[in-house]
Design a binder for this molecule. Structure first.
Ligand SMILES: [Zn+2]
Length: 268
C-alpha cells in the first residue's frame, strides 16, 4: 500500500510514529500550522514555529525517508487577538518561498466569531496576493454547518480564489455536498472518538464518490491515530472497494490536489 498523510501535525508526534507511517507505506506528510495546545504569547512564538515547520521538521522526517511539506497561518483558535493575528500574517510572506511550503492553512473558523471572520478574510487575501493554495479547518459539532457556510461565502465572494485550489477539511455527512457542489475539494479527518470515524468516512465516499476528496488522520497532540489512513484503507478493502479505488483515495487524490503547487514533488 502507498498513501499520503495530507494533514498531520507531526511536531507533536514521536519518531516512532514516523517509523510506523513509513512502514505502512506513507510516501509524504503535509503539516498545516495549528494550535499548540496553548496560546502562543507573541509573534516571536509563531516565527519559531514557522522555522520548526519549514526547517527542523522536514529534517526530522527525512531521517525516515519521508518527504515533509507544510502550510502556514495563525490557527482560528488564536484569532481572537486580531492585532496578534495581523502581526503573524505579516511575517508569513518571508517564509512562502521556502521549498516545502505548499500554501496557507489551516485557516477557517473555530467558534464562528466576528474576529475569527476578520482573520479568515485576512488569510484569504494573503493567499490570493501570493497565489497560494488554501487549506481550511471547519468548526466542530454544532458550529460546523454554519461555519462551513460562512467560510464558503468568504471564499466564493473573492474573485481571485479558485475553488479547485482550496480544500475544506473536516467535512461530515451534512457538509460534504455543500463543499463539493461549490467546486472545492473536501477533506475527511479520521478520529477514533469525535469527528469522522473510518466507517463514516467510507459511507461518505460510497454516497458522494471519490472525485475531489481525501482522508487524513490529523496526528495532533490530542487523541488521534497516526495510522488512521492506512487502517481505513484496510476497512475499504473489507467493504469491497477495488485496489485502484483505494489507491485513488489515499494516494492519487492528495497528490493531484497538492501538485497544484510546483513545490510538491515526489521521487518516482
Ligand atoms: Zn489540523
Amino acid at each position: 500500500m502507498r498513501y499520503i498523510e495530507p494533514h498531520g501535525h507531526m511536531v507533536s508526534r514521536t519518531t516512532d510514529d514516523y517509523q510506523a507511517m513509513v512502514t505502512a507505506g506513507c510516501a509524504a506528510v503535509c503539516e498545516p500550522a495549528f494550535w499548540a495546545g496553548f496560546d502562543r504569547s507573541s509573534v516571536h512564538g509563531f516565527y519559531d514555529y514557522f522555522c520548526q515547520l519549514t526547517d527542523y521538521e522536514p529534517k526530522r522526517a527525512a531521517k525516515f525517508g519521508l518527504p515533509h511539506f507544510c502550510w502556514l497561518c495563525i490557527n482560528p483558535k488564536e484569532s481572537e487577538d486580531v492585532k496578534l493575528a495581523a502581526d503573524v500574517i505579516g511575517i508569513i510572506p518571508q517564509f512562502l518561498d521556502r521549498p516545502t511550503v505548499l500554501g496557507i492553512g489551516e485557516i477557517g473558523l473555530n467558534k464562528n466569531s466576528r474576529n475569527e471572520m476578520k482573520v479568515l478574510e485576512m488569510h484569504v487575501d494573503l493567499a490570493a496576493r501570493n497565489n497560494q493554495l488554501i487549506l481550511v479547518h471547519t468548526p466542530h459539532l454544532e458550529d460546523k454547518l454554519k461555519g462551513t457556510r460562512l467560510i464558503l461565502d468568504v471564499l466564493k465572494s473573492d474573485r481571485r480564489i479558485d475553488p479547485a485550489r482550496c480544500i475544506i477539511d473536516h467535512v461530515e455527512e451534512h457538509t460534504v455536498q455543500l463543499v463539493l457542489d461549490a467546486g472545492f475539494w473536501a477533506g475527511m479527518t479520521l478520529y477514533p472518538e469525535s469527528k469522522c470515524s473510518p466507517s463514516r468516512a467510507i459511507d461518505i465516499i460510497e454516497m458522494y464518490g471519490n472525485e475531489r476528496i481525501w482522508m487524513n488522520s490529523a496526528c495532533d497532540w490530542g487523541i488521534s491515530i497516526p495510522l488512521a489512513v492506512p487502517r481505513t484503507a484496510l476497512e475499504m478493502r473489507k467493504r469491497g472497494h477495488t485496489p485502484e479505488a483505494i489507491d485513488r483515495m489515499i494516494y492519487q487524490n492528495p497528490v493531484r490536489f497538492m501538485s497544484q503547487s510546483p513545490k510538491f514533488k515526489l521521487e518516482a
